[in-house]
Design a protein around this ligand. Structure first.
Ligand SMILES: [Cu+2]
Length: 219
């Protein structure tokens, strides 16, 4: 009995995308002041909230390179591991204080690497405790229905289960925008977003101890 039960759980967890599924596609515009399109609009991410499909965790790699996180925005699914190799010959200390995804990988330099497994869905801000100018994002999703936006602003999320779902588009400088979308049992449904980045102001952030970075710090 127990074996059969385990087997059925395994089937559910590893199920192929449901047969009744559609493709969500559309366009994301990220607008600066005066309605100019943002240069980094391809750092926008679109995801579908609601469908419960456990996927094998997908991880990623974010290098610390030339005092920056590369890529600046990465997306993983729950349980996904992100490697943070330091490719600089100087120390970095990646950390986050974003809720339950908070972590601190302490100091290391090239060629060392360390990793974090992200267990909670959400937007995780990452910083370096040495260099206040280093910042990035790990978006953790609880299903595989997400997409990066292309340089042309287009995105496509295949195999979304049929149903009415909330679709969100996110960019660092606009925050999230949401809309409800009804995905059919086949075919394509369109959703487009305009994200307003015009009011964004870059504010200083605290270090991992919740303190200001030392003034006049050499980096
Ligand atoms: Cu650093």
């Amino acid at each position: 009995m127990r074996g059969a039960w385990l087997q059925s759980v395994a089937v559910v967890l590893c199920a192929a995308p449901p047969a009744l599924a559609g493709t969500l596609q559309g366009q994301v515009a990220v607008l600066e002041k005066d309605g100019k399109p943002a240069q980094d609009a391809d750092e926008a991410v679109v995801w579908v909230e609601g469908p419960k499909l456990r996927a094998r965790p997908t991880g990623s790699t974010v290098a610390m390179k030339s005092k920056a996180f590369v890529p600046r925005v990465t997306v993983v699914t729950v349980g996904g591991k992100v490697e943070f190799p330091n490719q600089d010959a100087i120390f970095h200390n990646v950390f986050s204080v974003s809720g339950e995804n908070r972590f601190d990988l302490e100091l290391y330099k090239k060629p060392k690497s360390a990793f974090k497994v992200f267990e909670q869905p959400g937007v995780v801000r990452i910083y370096c405790n040495i260099h206040p100018q280093m910042s990035g994002f790990v978006l953790v999703r609880d299903n595989p229905f997400w997409a990066r936006v292309g340089a042309d602003g287009k995105f496509s999320v295949p195999d979304v289960p049929a149903g009415t779902w909330v679709v969100k588009a996110w960019h660092e400088r606009s925050g999230e925008s949401a809309q409800s979308v009804e995905v059919g049992e086949a075919g394509v449904v369109e959703a487009s977003f305009t994200l307003d980045a015009s009011k964004f102001k870059r504010a200083p952030h605290k270090n991992k101890f919740g303190k200001d970075y030392a003034a006049g710090e050499k980096y």
